[in-house]
Design a protein around this ligand. Structure first.
Ligand code: NAD
Length: 383
C-alpha cells in the first residue's frame, strides 16, 4: 500500500465542533484506522495542523493527541505550500474572512455552516472558490445520521406514496447560565456575534429538506427571544439579542409542506433531540438522529374523537422500528471521507459553498419573514 498525505490546516479546533466532531471523531479517527483506503492500493493519510488564537489551548490539544504541528499564525500556515486543505470551525462571524484568505492562497476549502453571516458573503465565497479552481465543501452532517439515512431510504423506496407533510421538532433547554452553567457558548445568543437559532439551524433544515424531500420553495417564520437575559462563560449577565426559537413553515418542490420548530427554550418530551414526522398517503415515519419508526397504511388505526373517554389505544406502540441494515459511522467523519476523496480523486461532490450559500439564504429569508410578517419565495441560487 502506498501512502499519500493530505495536510489540513484546522482552524477552530479548540471549539466544541472543531475539537470533538472534526478533529477527534473524524481526522484522528481516520488516522486510528490507518488512514483512508482509497481503493486503488493507496491510503490517504490526513495530517492536521492545528490553527487558533490561543497558544496554550492549542498546545494542550496537540500534546494530548500527539499532534506535531500547530500554530497561531494563520497567514504563515496559508503561505505554506505543503498545506492542501483549509478547514474552518471557528465562530461563524470569523469564518468569511479566513475562508476568503485561504481561497486566495489556493487551498481547498472545507468549513462548518453557516458559511458566512450574509447571503452576499456566502455567495461571494462560492464564486471566489469556483473561480480559483479549488475544491470546496460545507459540513452537512445531519443527512449522514442513521435516522435520516433510514428516512431517505424510505423515501427512495417509495414507502410514503405521496408525501404530504414533514413536522420537525428540534430543541432542548439551554440553561441561562446563572444557577447552572449554559451548555452552549454565549455567542450563540448575541446577534452581533453571529448568534441566533435561525442562523444556526435553518442552514441545516435547508439541506435536510432539499436532500430528502425537495428544494425549499417558500419560507415563512416567526422568531422569538424567549429568554432575554443570559449569563456568559465568566458568569457575567448579558442581553440575549438573538432569536432563541423559530417557528418555520416551508413549502417544498413536489408539494409537501414542512413545519419545523427550533428552540433552545423547550423541554424535551421526545425520544431524540430532533425528530421529523413524515406523513404520506401510504405510510408515515418518525425519524430522529439514530432511530426511525414507521406505520404503514395497512396498520393505521382508526381513532374516533371522543373526549368523554380515555384514549383507547397506546398510539406510540403501533409503530415499527426500521432496522439499521447497515453500519453507520460518525456522520461528520463520513462526510470528511467523501470530501477527501473529492479532493484527491476528483470524485463527485455536491455539498459545496453554493449549497452552503443556500443555507444562509434560507436563514436570511427566515429572519426577514419574521421581521416583516411575510412569506417569501426562495429563489434558486446560481453563481
Ligand atoms: N454542524 C453542526 O451540527 C454544528 C453544530 C454546532 C455548531 N456548528 C457551527 O460550528 C461553528 C463553531 O461552533 P461551536 O459551537 O464549536 O463554537 P465554540 O464557541 O465552541 O468554538 C468556536 C471556535 O472559534 C474560535 N474563535 C475564533 N475567533 C473567535 C472569536 N472572535 N470569539 C470566540 N471564538 C473564536 C474559538 O477559539 C473556538 O475554537 C459555528 O459556525 C457553528 O454554527 C455546527
Amino acid at each position: 500500500m502506498t501512502r499519500r498525505t493530505v495536510r489540513i490546516a484546522m482552524n477552530g479546533v479548540t471549539g466544541r465542533m472543531g475539537y470533538r466532531q472534526h478533529l477527534v471523531r473524524s481526522i484522528l479517527s481516520l488516522q486510528e484506522q490507518g488512514g483512508l483506503d482509497l481503493g486503488d492500493g493507496s491510503t490517504l493519510w490526513p495530517e492536521p495542523v492545528l490553527v487558533g488564537r490561543r497558544e496554550h489551548a492549542l498546545r494542550a490539544i496537540a500534546e494530548e493527541h500527539g499532534i506535531e504541528h500547530w500554530t497561531t499564525d494563520l497567514d504563515a500556515v496559508l503561505a505554506d505550500p505543503s498545506i492542501d486543505v483549509y478547514f474552518d470551525a471557528q465562530v461563524t462571524a470569523a469564518r468569511e474572512d479566513a475562508v476568503r484568505q485561504a481561497i486566495a492562497a489556493g487551498k481547498h476549502i472545507y468549513c462548518e455552516k453557516p458559511t458566512a453571516t450574509s447571503l452576499e458573503g456566502a455567495l461571494e465565497l462560492a464564486r471566489l472558490a469556483t473561480a480559483a479552481g479549488v475544491k470546496h465543501g460545507v459540513v452537512q452532517d445531519k443527512i449522514f445520521l442513521p435516522g435520516l439515512l433510514k428516512l431517505k431510504r424510505l423515501v427512495d423506496g417509495g414507502f410514503f406514496g405521496r408525501i404530504l407533510s414533514v413536522r420537525g421538532e428540534f430543541g432542548y433547554w439551554v440553561f441561562e447560565g446563572d444557577w447552572q452553567s449554559a451548555q452552549r457558548p454565549s455567542w450563540n445568543y448575541r446577534a452581533e456575534d453571529g448568534g441566533g437559532i435561525v442562523a444556526d439551524m435553518f442552514p441545516h433544515w435547508d439541506y435536510v429538506l432539499h436532500e430528502i424531500f425537495g428544494r425549499v420553495r417558500t419560507v415563512q417564520a416567526l422568531t422569538a427571544t424567549h429568554i432575554p437575559q443570559r449569563w456568559d462563560e465568566r458568569g457575567k449577565p448579558y442581553d440575549a439579542t438573538a432569536d432563541d426559537a423559530a417557528y418555520g413553515i416551508f413549502e417544498l418542490d413536489g408539494g409537501a409542506v414542512a413545519q419545523i420548530n427550533s428552540s433552545w427554550a423547550v423541554r424535551v418530551n421526545r425520544d431524540e433531540l430532533v425528530e421529523f414526522q413524515v406523513d404520506g398517503t401510504h405510510g408515515s415515519a418518525v425519524a430522529g438522529l439514530r432511530n426511525c419508526r414507521v406505520q404503514h397504511r395497512s396498520a393505521t388505526p382508526k381513532p374516533v374523537w371522543n373526549p368523554d373517554l380515555p384514549a383507547t389505544e397506546v398510539f406510540r406502540e403501533q409503530w415499527q422500528e426500521v432496522p439499521d441494515n447497515d453500519d453507520f459511522g460518525n456522520g461528520f467523519k463520513a462526510q470528511w471521507e467523501l470530501f477527501l476523496r473529492h479532493v484527491v480523486l476528483d470524485e463527485p461532490w455536491r455539498w459545496d459553498l453554493l449549497a452552503g450559500a443556500r443555507g444562509v439564504q434560507l436563514a436570511e429569508l427566515g429572519l426577514r419573514s419574521s421581521a416583516e410578517g411575510r412569506r417569501f419565495d426562495v429563489p434558486e441560487l446560481t453563481l
